[in-house]
Design a binder for this molecule. Structure first.
Ligand SMILES: [Zn+2]
Length: 137
């Protein structure tokens, strides 16, 4: 099992949920929302406290995905403050961003079954995951 899959599995096992907001809350991560313009969200650690900031102008589905992406940073590389997540980061080839996108995708897909009749597009939609994440399914 690769590093990201292992992180997702351990996280769901530890916190007994795949809801990124609930996991963040159980981990003591502080989530705030502000109007961030083009930025969807970012993660940072300051004085041993972890923060996730989300753009308040996003719909519920994308907010959940962005929260899961930033949670991926918080779990995979807690000490590393990340660059702002923008729409273009969804297709980024930067290793840390790829790993956060994969974490978010696997986390949100965790409790869903990929049924034989589904296309990848159906499945991603069902899980509330952006279509750009197709390669992780
Ligand atoms: Zn990121």
């Amino acid at each position: 099992m690769d590093y990201v899959s292992r992180c997702v599995k351990d996280t769901v096992t530890t916190y007994k949920t795949s809801n990124p907001f609930e996991i963040a809350s159980q981990k003591g991560i502080i989530i705030t929302e502000s109007p961030l313009g083009e930025t969807l969200g970012f993660y940072m650690m300051r004085r041993r406290t972890q923060f996730i900031t989300l753009n308040s102008d996003m719909n519920h589905h994308i907010k959940r995905f962005v929260c899961a992406h930033e949670l991926g940073h918080a779990i995979e590389y807690p000490l590393c403050n990340t660059s702002f997540l923008r729409k273009t980061t969804l297709t980024s080839i930067n290793k840390i961003e790829v790993q956060a996108n994969k974490f978010a995708t696997l986390l949100l897909a965790f409790n869903h079954n990929f049924e034989p009749w589904m296309t990848k597009r159906h499945f991603l939609q069902l899980c509330g995951i952006p279509i750009e994440m197709e390669r992780f399914i």
